[in-house]
Design a protein around this ligand. Structure first.
Ligand code: SF4
Length: 246
């Protein structure tokens, strides 16, 4: 619908008319607390997504599929964002899952308080752990944070004996440079990582930037070839780390 109510009520002029439709400046909307456009949208074309829930509520929903998990050998994966940014909530859900005998996995960037991590390891069956860049200065340049704590947490998990699969996002010219591939293989081997998954850059995601009104700045716009991925995988295989190109 194009009733333009959102355009009228938006105090920040984020909603605007464009080619007889409504467009938004989503950078402004991200900081908008009350979102009067949603409250005034009678057609429900605009809605808030997400609601506050307790750990019990989440796990009650999870339990509805318990037969499916058992038959498929699956379980629950806590992901995000970053699940370890809500450590108490995460731990409560993990504990409830364990009480119900549900397998638990956590996808994490590894940038978490080490004490929080220690608290949740006993209730976690599998970590899916990002390894992006080993040089801490370069890591900070591209992610905004240094990586010392990430590498420390990696060792903490592998030393605990909890299964861990590392995940290596391949970003052309940034994470896939030969020096970084070599360092990731070395650090993984030293930390006792047994398996690493390559996650090659997928240019199809660029459409989402356009959808949300962000500029696309592709320094690269193609898929990795099988030969390129095989070559990278071999750098891990030679160190005894299982690595299957995605
Ligand atoms: S979320 Fe806020 S800033 Fe964005 S269109 Fe709605 S009222 Fe405007």
């Amino acid at each position: 619908m194009s009733c333009y109510t959102c355009v009228e009520v938006c105090p920040y002029h984020s909603a605007y008319k464009k080619d007889s439709k409504v467009a938004f400046d989503f950078k402004v909307c991200l900081a908008c607390e009350h979102k009067p456009c949603v409250d005034n949208c009678n057609s429900e074309a605009l809605m808030r997504v997400g609601r506050n829930v307790t750990a019990d509520e989440v796990v009650e929903i999870v339990k509805k599929d318990i037969d499916f998990y058992r038959n498929s050998g699956g379980g629950v994966t806590f992901t995000g964002g970053e699940p370890l940014s809500q450590p108490a909530f995460l731990k409560a859900m993990l504990q409830l899952c364990k009480e119900a005998n549900i397998h638990t996995a956590i996808e994490t960037c590894g940038y978490a308080d080490t004490e929080d991590l220690k608290n949740i390891i006993p209730f976690t069956d599998l970590f899916l752990f990002d390894l992006k860049i080993i040089n801490s200065n370069i890591h900070e340049k591209y992610t905004g944070k240094p990586n010392e704590i990430i590498l420390k947490n990696l060792k903490l998990i592998t030393a605990s004996g909890t299964p861990l699969i590392a995940r290596y996002p391949l970003i052309p010219g940034i994470t896939d440079i030969p020096a970084n591939i070599k360092q990731i293989a070395e650090v993984s081997a030293m930390a006792g990582v047994k398996e690493i998954n390559l996650e090659p850059y997928n240019p199809l995601g660029e459409e989402k930037y356009v959808e949300f009104g962000f500029a696309v700045k592709p320094a690269f716009d193609s898929f990795y070839t099988k030969a390129e991925l095989d070559k990278i995988a071999a750098c891990f295989n030679v160190k005894g780390i299982a690595c299957l190109p995605a």
